[in-house]
Design a protein. Sequence first.
Length: 229
Amino acid sequence: MARAEMRRRILAGAMLGAAGGCATPRMAPPADVVEATESLTTTGRKRASGALVNESFRLGDYDVTNVDRKSEKSRSVGVGPWSKDTKTNGFTYELVAGELELSGKCAAKSSSQGIGSASGSVSWGSLEMACSCEDDDGKAELAMTDDERWLKVVGEEYTLEPIYALEGGKKSSNPSGFRADNPDKEVLGAVEVVYPGQVWVKKGIDEAKKARIACVFAGLMLYQPPSDD
């Protein structure tokens, strides 16, 4: 084999290996979640985020759009357990499907500023944040604080528990996602928070409830730790 051809093949192999090494680990949903739910796959989502990036993407039959982080450093958002007087870093977005339109907003307490690992991923274990989605017919909201993690959909309350499992039988030091269960341990849904993200929603629930669950879970997918700038 010619030396130039050999060098070309070695270089091509190295590039493929590097690309494979950069692949984002995906969450492995628990078996009971897969059995009880339908999957809402994410398409068209960019890795980049920020005020100058169009962060819209498709989540199943829904469009997640109008993501606004422009005022995240100064906005005070009354979400979940926090009043509008609480200093928070927030962002807003919309979930749309046909005539359905839900307005979403999320906030993280300013004390969470700078949270993240050396690789830039979110340290969910110490994060205090909340998200809310609503229209004229009802609201869904979730919150994570030092004391509790919960999801409420039109008055019904569920617990949020972290998932650490990754595809390939590995585990992450940070949650790769979260699952929601009612007090009888029946699965409501789950969300993958590593890129590109995915949502699972209980089979057979009504469309309005399904949309609200998808909307607040989209907020968790969109969350990025604020910078120190």
